[in-house]
Structure formats: structure tokens, C-alpha cells
Write a protein that binds this ligand. Sequence first.
Ligand code: SF4
Length: 192
Amino acid sequence: MGLDAEALGSRIPGQLSGGQRQRVSLARAIVTRPRLLLSDEPVSALDASNRNLVLSLLDRLRRELGLAVVVISHDLGSLAGIADRVAVLYRGRLVEQGAISEVLDHPRHPYTALLTASAPSVRREHRLLPAQLRPAPDREPWPDDQGCVFAPRCRFAGPECREEPRPVAVTGTGRLHSVACHHADGWRDRTG
Ligand code: SF4
């Protein structure tokens, strides 16, 4: 884990840095050699250098131990370097999933596009501005419980969005990429 046992000595958790605590937690999680590691916001409380350290440690662990790692995170930029696949949830609904490079570079759901547009460290090609994705200020409010879960925040919501969309496979590089949006093929033309 890159921890110096001598230097840590008999320190209690409150005497460790945030990065050291995360690495101790990872050591405790993998000591029984699990096949699957679930990691919930593993780097959200860390500064940039510790974040990179812990992410590269997770990446090394999965390769060296053949460990499957599921990372739950609000920070798409952190995932970009280590994940193979990403599943994007909005209010508990799966709105898009696919290979991480495809989803981040060519998001097909307006919510994923808003996330990538708002994240400073995600790749910049084909990136839209958040203002191109937000509803016009004078739009009628959308009833919270009707149709598509993202409709109240979606610039492209139309009458058909009153029906909840089902995830549908979309064409990409050949690996499964699915999107739950009635306008997955057309909303980008309406970003102005
Ligand atoms: S289904 Fe409609 S409201 Fe939902 S994300 Fe797609 S365009 Fe927006």
C-alpha cells in the first residue's frame, strides 16, 4: 500500500493523514483476497496528490490481484483514468452505461453530457458548455413525477418524454453502450 510501517508506528487513526487512512482502509479490505471490491467515494475527501495516489493504487490492485473494482463516485474525472466501464445514475435510475472512453467522449444522454460539461478534468473533445444543456429560464416547470426522471432539468424534454424511456443499445465501437433517452440521436443538434 506504500505505507511505511516503521514511520506509522503505533499511531491512532486521528494521527494519520487522509491519504494514509484511505490506504489503511484499502489494506483492510483486500487482506482476505476478495474477488470484488466495492469502493464508495474513495477519493472525495482527498487533495489532488493523494487522490492520484489512491486511484493508481486501486488500478494496480485490480491488475495485480485480478480484482474486480466497483467505484461509486460523483467525480467523473477521477474515474476517467482507471475505469473500463461506467454506469451513470440519475436519482437512482440508470440513464447511460458503456465503455468509459465512449461515454465520456460522446455522451448520448443529456445528463451525462451535463456532468462532463461541468467537470473540469474530463477530456475536452466534443464537450458542450453547461449553458447549452440547461432548460431555458422561461420554460414551464415540469412535474417532478412525470415520465423521464431527468425531464425537470432537461433542455430537450418534449411531449414524448412524458413516457419513461427504457435503456436502448446505441451504436458505438462495438461494446455495449445503452442510453435511456427518447432523443439520444437528436438532442445534440438542438444545443445551438
Ligand atoms: S427522455 Fe426526454 S427529458 Fe429525458 S433526457 Fe431524453 S430528451 Fe431529456
